[in-house]
Design a protein around this ligand. Sequence first.
Ligand code: AKB
Length: 320
Amino acid sequence: MKNILVIGSTGQIGSELTLELRKRYGVEHVVAGYIPSAMPQGELQAGPSAIADVTDRQSIEVVARQFKIDTIYNLAALLSVVAESRPAMAWKVGIDGLWNVLEVAREYGCAVFTPSSIGSFGMETPHVKTPQDTIQRPRTMYGVTKVTTELLSDYYFVKYGVDTRAVRFPGIISNVTHPGGGTTDYAVEIFYAAVKGEKFVCPIKAGTYMDMMYMPDAMHAAISLMEADPKRLVHRNAFNIASMSFDPEGVYQAIKKHLPEFEMTYEVDPLKQAIADSWPDCLDDSCARREWDWMPRYDLESMTVDMLEKLRVKLQKKVM
Ligand code: AKB
């Protein structure tokens, strides 16, 4: 990876991944791709940026040519709950957009990372220790676009030799950019409520387990997979990765250990609950561990300590 384009650099993952890539590869080698309604702010402005709209192939092509891009992180997507209310848009951004990215990659010889998700699985998938290769019959538009993403990315690798690689991200927990419209968002919101001293109303039922991951591990996964030796990769699109699986009670208790006054009640959102029920409880990530040495660094306890500490500093600054 010499010259990298991050499409969706102002989004939940992109905003942190762009900065992390700049730390490793040099500021001038990582272009923050954005759409005009979501311009780069703050630290992201310290390096090159350009409009790179997945729905407009030419905009990606111009950036690829101008900056001699050899690697694209394609993070443009709608999350699961929003995708259910805007299915056509979810398809346009997720799949028509991916097609544009892959075509540019084919022409300019770029490697491409386009994440899939635990949302690519469905009710018929084995829910515990979900295998790498198993039934994928999601009934959500988000899931449909994620399975299609995996298939299309593999197709471009097999047919045209485009170096496509991906992971299936779990719910990602970060103290920087909020997610927006995901089923796992509660796992971020609960931390904000706790630090603000507010009672948290949980939209997901107790006993609903889903895989989650702290942002530093998610970035580490995306970067180390793209740096991995291609000769070792049996799979490509997309690897199961895992670091922790919990239900609302689990994360509530983990926070309560540090903030004993914190309170949570439930008001279940039927759409989010139905989506969550169709997703696995926990994935088997042994292929990722074997093929590119994937190893998470955070578990629920260490993430909770770090989240509470970082959010206290962040929210204090906002008040001052
Ligand atoms: C969502 O909840 O939609 C995402 C995901 C797990 O893919 N966070």
